[in-house]
Design a protein around this ligand. Structure first.
Ligand code: S3P
Length: 167
């Protein structure tokens, strides 16, 4: 089967891709899918366990496959893991799609995720790690996005409405 998502959601972890994605899917009357969930189901272990057991490069390879499958096998709202846009081939696949980048600033990110052991990339010094993460990735998100929606100070419902208005 070949299908293309109605909307692809990208953005950093903790920005609310799952919550907004599900609200957006409801409003559009389509299904919702999340590549992190696909990976956990396929691998039978959590993302954190994959990072610890195998390291980030192996996780990225698994993620790349999962994203490519979802991009051609789902016709609803699709949320991608926050780091999936690090891959050049994945970014190329996103060109021509409707891609909504949910953004937030560093302080909002620290506030929302705090010290979250389930998120392997934030285990040591969240503020510093967030700053570096955003600096490294912001332009990659912006480069593939057709729409940017800021989530700072907004509820998931407000973010969803802003995304719908912009689409
Ligand atoms: C990651 C984001 C996470 C998950 C993994 C790595 C990242 O997904 O894939 O922890 O590199 O930003 P969410 O953005 O869905 O939390």
């Amino acid at each position: 089967m070949s299908a293309a998502p109605v909307v692809v959601l990208i953005g950093p972890m903790g920005v609310g891709k799952s919550t907004v994605g599900q609200l957006l899917a409801e409003r559009l009357g389509v299904g919702y899918r999340d590549t992190d969930d696909d990976i956990v189901a396929e691998q039978g272990r959590t993302i954190a366990e994959i990072f610890v057991d195998e390291g980030e490069p192996v996780f990225r390879a698994i993620e790349k496959q999962a994203v490519q499958r979802a991009l051609t096998g789902h016709d609803g709202v699709l949320a991608l893991g926050g780091g999936s846009i690090l891959d050049e081939d994945t970014r190329a696949l996103l060109l021509g799609q409707r891609v909504v980048y949910l953004s937030m600033d560093v302080e909002e990110a620290v506030k929302r995720t705090g010290l979250n052991a389930a998120r392997p990339l934030l285990a040591v010094n969240p503020r510093k790690q967030w700053r570096e993460l955003m600096e490294a990735r912001r332009h990659l998100y912006e480069g593939v996005a057709t729409v940017v929606v800021t989530t700072d100070g907004r509820t998931p419902e407000e973010v969803t409405q802003a995304a719908l208005d912009a689409l």
